[in-house]
Ligand binder design. Structure first.
Ligand SMILES: C[S@@+](CC[C@H](N)C(=O)[O-])C[C@H]1O[C@@H](n2cnc3c(N)ncnc32)[C@H](O)[C@@H]1O
Length: 457
């Protein structure tokens, strides 16, 4: 099992692979080879995710235990050390078992000489528990709050800084957010209206294995370890795996008040891949006699959208199209969702390695595309129609700054900012408006952002 975890870490480190894509086939292979049960799979997953998520903290600890800069340690050796550090500091595995299993792993994958090195380093790591190490390697909060939080909660410093800017609030609130980022999210399903009711979905998922969601009327949450693929309603597409935050975004756009007498029958999702929000929007549109056009620039992702929408009870179409050079005439839609590509800093719970891969330059890199997509979305909607601008990042440069810039731009159609909060009745803590920001520690959702803009001319 530790060998499997090591293999997964190597793939992530060496090939920039994603842990959530690399791990399932490795687990399947191990199961097929026999002598590997659900508990082994759960432990292997925890070892990989925990090691990746807390990489920054473990690097700081290991740096204090190795007598040369960590960048001079070979990556496979560092992976074995990190895996060992996680077992010692982040799990209940007994110290002697964590050290001896790591040394054994090192012997097999690195050879005897390096196994001795691993043994020596991990014995030093084992000298303190996690709180003891954090006292030693993190600067005091009062001296450098951001660096303290970065080391203690294993986030890059620039991410702590950006999240805190967006969240505001005191130490307690940012700590709650950073801690929530380190928890694995529960799996949530959306019961697609017109295809299955949440009550039916609950029954099919098994009442002992699922509960109703907290905010979205369509949400059903699976219990820890719930396997969505095993539920027939997911397999047949009447329900989909979808975070409640994404459901709320689709719902708020669908319920936003339109103006003028242009009708409400033509909806567009301008960045639809892989299709979660498009599937919910299409189902909601069907219930009102409206049709959804789902556009996606990448052909293979458009294929995923087509799969997500198959069986939708109302009319829809999936097209490969660039939302910044739209193939549709201006003013052709009543509602437009533009869920733009972004850094994903609001979904760090899902991708354990993502926080260490992102860089501040990525935020600037997305900026022109985000502005271009929003500008064209405003052109695509008719006067009186509504555009929903969404991101799964709370970074202010990707959220409010984009909307403000586009609204100021004399080249973009004029629009008014709608207060999105009343469209999600009963959901507290959405911010000061008019836009909304969801948070993992407040809502148990990804940190989705939504601004609703109604075109005025
Ligand atoms: C954040 S994802 C959308 C997620 C989707 N709304 C969902 O709920 O499943 C952004 C998508 O926009 C696509 N995209 C990027 N640039 C685009 C463009 N110029 N036009 C259309 N789609 C684009 C990406 O390929 C990606 O699939």
């Amino acid at each position: 099992m530790r060998f499997l975890a090591f293999e997964a870490l190597r793939a992530v480190g060496e090939r920039d692979a994603y842990a959530n894509l690399v791990l399932p086939p490795l687990l399947r292979k191990a199961r097929a080879a026999g002598d590997f049960d659900d508990r082994d799979a759960a432990l292997a997953t925890e070892l990989v995710y925990g090691t990746l998520r807390r990489q920054g903290t473990y690097d700081a600890v290991l740096a204090a235990c190795v007598d040369r800069p960590l960048r001079e340690v070979d990556p496979p050796v560092l992976d074995v050390l990190s895996l060992g550090a996680h077992q010692l500091l982040g799990t209940r595995i007994p110290t002697h078992a964590a050290v001896s299993a790591s040394v054994e792993l090192a012997r097999v994958v690195l050879g005897d000489g390096r196994a001795k090195f691993v043994n020596a380093v991990l014995r030093k790591v084992a000298a303190h528990d996690l709180p003891g190490w954090l006292e030693r390697v993190a600067p005091p909060y009062d001296e450098d709050p951001e660096e303290h939080l970065a080391v203690v909660h294993a986030h890059p410093r620039w991410v702590v800084s950006a999240l805190w800017d967006a969240l505001g609030g005191d130490r307690g609130e940012i700590e709650a957010l950073l801690a929530a980022d380190n928890e694995r999210p529960r799996v949530t399903l959306a019961a697609r209206p017109g295809r299955i009711t949440p009550a039916e979905l609950l029954e099919r998922a098994g009442a002992d294995r699922a509960t109703a969601g907290e905010w979205s009327p369509y949400a059903v949450r699976l219990a820890e370890g719930g396997e969505p693929g095993a539920i027939d309603a997911v397999a047949d597409g009447s329900a989909g795996v979808q975070d409640e935050g994404s459901q709320l975004v689709a719902l708020a756009l669908a319920n936003a008040p339109l103006a003028g007498d242009g009708g409400d029958s033509r909806w567009l999702d301008a960045c639809a891949g892989p299709g979660g929000k498009a599937a919910l929007l299409a189902a909601l549109a069907a219930g009102r006699g409206a049709a959804l056009l789902a556009a996606e620039r990448q052909p293979h992702r458009a294929g995923l959208v087509a799969r997500a929408l198959a069986g939708n009870p109302g009319p829809y179409q999936v097209v490969v199209a660039d939302g910044t050079r739209p193939a549709w005439p201006a003013g052709s839609f009543d509602r437009v969702l533009v869920d733009v590509p972004c850094t994903g800093l609001g979904a760090l719970r899902r991708r354990p390695e993502a926080r260490w891969r992102r860089a501040p330059q990525d935020v600037e890199g997305f900026a022109p595309l985000q502005r271009g997509l929003l500008r064209e979305a405003l052109r695509a909607v008719r006067p009186g129609g509504v555009v929903g601008y969404a991101t799964c990042s709370p970074h202010l440069a990707e959220t409010r700054a984009v909307v403000q810039d586009v609204l100021k731009n004399p080249g973009a159609p004029a629009a008014e900012w709608l207060d999105a909060r009343p469209l999600l009745p009963g959901v507290p803590g959405l911010g000061e408006g008019p836009d909304i920001q969801l948070w993992p520690h407040r809502h148990g959702t990804d940190a989705m952002y939504l601004a609703l803009l109604r075109r005025t001319a």
